[in-house]
Ligand binder design. Structure first.
Ligand code: ADP
Ligand code: ADP
Length: 227
């Protein structure tokens, strides 16, 4: 079943002589439960694509539908709700709120929605990520690997249908990189969450079901990974 489709997706930044076409007429369809790696040179449009799909920024032209909902038709408030409930965004830099402890950082998407997390689910995520003894710590009291795990916990707390990860292991050591990828695979395999992962690491990409190469704002290749 298709979970995500974009058609003629185009994004330009700036105007006049400084106009940059970051994405040009991109068509893409992703099935529920797919694990997709996105590769390509720096500046080719990978992050822009993830931002559009996650409703962080709006396309210049084209359509994006997620679970059959055209997100370009949403107003700002609806888009904010869409972001919190449907997609989990994970970045290389963790974007944790420095003044909130780990517990509050993780619960933030739910606090913003005036909801309580399912306790069972919260505990399971915390346990899986080994954060039980860090809930009262502030982000700057954690190592890089731990901060990334907090960011992942935050992005998983709603168990979003789609996880969009932009080089989440870009500044992690080998051990934390492996753990992060294992977690994404667990989310994918156990909870059937769809994962789109930007990576420069071919070894990581080969763990995906499918590798998309972006070059100069277009999809240069899109191939299934033979297992
Ligand atoms: P990648 O993630 O593949 O490195 P990006 O999507 O970040 O590529 O960038 C694609 C192109 O769009 C680049 O030429 C970049 O300079 C440009 N770009 C990205 N974000 C902005 C922005 N906010 N303003 C202007 N240009 C941007
Ligand atoms: P990892 O990244 O795998 O957690 P580290 O070697 O970076 O491992 O950290 C080891 C321990 O040191 C961790 O339990 C962490 O809590 C603690 N630690 C690391 N960096 C800091 C820091 N800046 N402030 C406080 N504690 C830290």
């Amino acid at each position: 079943m298709e979970i995500l489709r974009c058609e003629h997706l185009t994004k330009t930044y700036g105007s006049g002589e400084t106009i940059v076409t970051a994405l040009h007429e991109v068509n893409l369809s992703v099935q529920r439960g797919e694990f997709v790696a996105i590769m390509g040179p720096s500046g080719s449009g990978k992050s822009t694509l993830l931002h559009m799909l996650g409703g962080v920024d709006r396309p210049t032209r084209g359509t994006i539908s997620i679970e059959n909902q055209d997100i370009s038709k949403l107003n700002e408030e609806q888009l904010a709700i869409f972001r919190r409930r449907k997609v989990g965004l994970i970045y290389q830099f963790y974007n944790l709120i420095p003044t909130l402890d780990v517990n509050k950082n993780i619960r933030l998407p739910l606090l913003l929605d005036g909801r309580d997390p399912d306790d069972e689910q919260f505990k399971e995520i915390i346990r899986t990520l080994g954060l039980e003894n860090r809930l009262k710590h502030l982000p700057n009291q954690l190592s890089g690997g731990q901060q990334q795990r907090v960011a992942i916990a935050r992005s998983l707390i709603y168990r979003p249908a789609i996880i969009l990860a932009d080089e989440p292991t870009g500044n992690l050591d080998k051990k934390n990189t492996e753990e992060t990828i294992e977690l994404l695979k667990l989310s994918n395999q156990k909870f059937n969450q769809t994962v789109l992962l930007i990576t420069h690491d071919e070894k990581i990409a080969l763990e995906a079901d499918r590798i998309i190469q972006i070059e100069d704002g277009i999809i240069a290749s899109d191939e299934a990974v033979r297992k």
